[in-house]
Ligand binder design. Structure first.
Ligand SMILES: Nc1ncnc2c1ncn2[C@@H]1O[C@H](COP(=O)(O)OP(=O)(O)OP(=O)(O)O)[C@@H](O)[C@H]1O
Length: 254
């Protein structure tokens, strides 16, 4: 569970986040959406502890970063998995080595234990045949699956995904969305996804936070978004003719 209380973040006196209050539940995929420059990345970086809030607090199971000693902060970070926008795989390492990397860095597992865990997660993301391949030898969708495997190999309690579908075709994007949703449920992870992908909003938007100008303008889920009374949100989500038709269908209860 993550609770965000009155979160502010400024850079050189310019306020980017202007008092965010929200929470993210375990076992649920929560999406942060909003126009370019609305503060999504800054918000995600605050959650990850990469930006220190100017004001306000973020609670991870009732503890804030401020409550923690250096050792406990690194323990918390160990409990966080991150899927980066571009995948951020190490080009010089095989798929297997990429996924093993966090275990080598953060645990004292034996080689046999690491082998078991890496095999388990690669199997989970349907990549058991790609162990010896390098990132340049696999498709973008497979790279994203490796990135997800690497993010969950340490059994994190919190999973953060920055634009996990960028650069993927719609079919592959749906597979990645479903994988994130399933892994969230199977492991009861608190998952927060930063996305521009409106398909994801409808597919996995169990909670949706709409940021505009550094504040939350609307919050809800994919079952009620078609009835939102926020004009900016509606024109943002249902911008294409196809999605306008989706909204009409949703309002008719299809
Ligand atoms: N390190 C920084 N220093 C100064 N300003 C920053 C910094 N990081 C972000 N900003 C500013 O904060 C604002 C919000 O940026 P942010 O990257 O969070 O937007 P975003 O919603 O993620 O946009 P996009 O969808 O295009 O990625 C922008 O005006 C940006 O210039």
């Amino acid at each position: 569970m993550i609770k965000v209380k009155n979160l502010h973040k400024s850079f050189d006196g310019t306020e980017v986040l202007k008092g965010i209050n929200t929470s993210f539940e375990p076992g649920q995929t929560s999406l942060i959406i909003g126009q370019s420059g609305s503060g999504k990345t800054v918000f995600l970086k605050c959650l990850l502890g990469l930006h220190k809030p100017t004001k306000g607090d973020i609670y991870f199971n009732d503890k804030t970063y401020n409550d923690f000693t250096k050792t406990k902060k690194s323990l918390l970070r160990k409990n966080m998995g991150m899927v980066f926008q571009g995948g951020a795989l190490f080009d010089s390492m095989t798929v297997y080595e990429n996924v093993m990397f966090p275990l080598r860095m953060f645990t004292k597992m034996t080689k046999a234990e690491m082998d078991n865990r890496v095999t388990e997660v690669l199997d989970r993301v349907n990549l058991s045949n790609a162990n010896d391949k390098f990132p340049s030898e696999i498709s973008g969708g497979m790279q994203k699956r490796v990135s997800i495997a690497r993010a969950i190999v340490n059994k994190p309690k919190f999973l953060f995904c920055d634009e996990p579908n960028s650069g993927l075709d719609p079919n592959t994007a749906t597979i990645i969305d479903q994988l994130i949703l399933e892994i969230t449920k199977e492991n009861n992870i608190t998952t927060v996804v930063n996305t521009h992908d409106m398909n994801s909003v409808f597919e996995i938007g169990e909670k949706i936070v709409y940021l505009q100008g550094g504040i939350i303008e609307w919050e809800g889920n994919n079952k009620i978004i078609h009835n939102a009374d926020n004009k900016d949100l509606i024109s943002f989500v249902y911008s294409s003719n196809l999605f306008k038709k989706v909204r009409v269908a949703q309002q008719k209860g299809y």
